[in-house]
Design a protein around this ligand. Sequence first.
Ligand SMILES: Cc1ncc(C[n+]2csc(CCOP(=O)(O)OP(=O)(O)O)c2C)c(N)n1
Length: 316
Amino acid sequence: MPRDNQTLLDLYRLMALTRALDGAIAEIDGHWHGLEGEEAVVAGAYHGLRPGDVVAPHYRGSLTAACGRGADLRKLLAGLLGKATSYNRGRYRSDVCGPPEFNLIGLYSGALGPPLAYATGAALAIKLDGRDDVALAVFGDGTSSRGDCHEAMNMASALCLPVVFVCQNNQIAISTPASDGVAPRSVADRAVGYGMPGHEIDGNDVLAVHDTVQMAIARARRGDGPSLIDAVTYRVAGHFVSDTVEDRPPEEIERWRARDPIALFRRYLVEQGVIDDGDLGEIDQAVSAEVAAAMAQAKADPDPGPDVLGLDRVFA
Ligand SMILES: Cc1ncc(C[n+]2csc(CCOP(=O)(O)OP(=O)(O)O)c2C)c(N)n1
């Protein structure tokens, strides 16, 4: 698929931003569910959407989805810290419930699975309105075994809805390996049962993710219906920051660390002559400074007052 240098650099920047955010939040929040190693899936999937498209992100990476759609970093971090300056005035964690003005569907109840149905409902609305927008639902391998996932995919295919399903397959759900929790060999194989295209791809290759998601989006916009993409990656850290239980073999973790998606993409960009190491370092520094400044501002922001405890809307 042809891509211009700006797209390549935007993808790199979104991956670097995702990692810098992840590291900064991990330092202050022991309950943070990080996504180190999974950056290629989220940057590849969330880059290049149109404003009218609707996204139901997986909770790991929902901040990347919001950033990719132009949300303000300081306001997002204020949401994480429960500050009055956040999009929802400190009422809900922005890592699971993004600002709806960016057409983001949140994990409103905390239950994994329902967002697939919400995204499918959004796709039905898009179709009934006669628009050529699409809905994108991203979810984990564990979530893919929920009943909601089956219902959403069945309805999406039966009604030929413009929705793209992307499994952010980090191969584990808390402590259940996908090999125990997913019945077929691959999540993508389930697509056959729904009569939609299924693609198993390298989730550590940002270009494979971006190209495949964009291809599925183009298909959905044409009115040809849903697709299922299984982006296979790996969770190199614990389920959340303070999770010290580790029952995966250390050599398996090291093998995946050696396939770090950001390092792989850096090498590609330099080898292709798109950018040199020095300029990549400048992007890294700029992104880190941006995250540090937004975090400092969000920390200094005021806590919500009694005014947000009223019975009005959650979102400002
Ligand atoms: C319906 C529901 N069941 C259980 C949970 C508790 N829970 C939180 S994270 C998680 C693991 C989900 O695994 P997966 O979908 O693979 O995503 P990952 O955490 O690996 O990114 C579970 C079971 C939940 N939030 N919602």
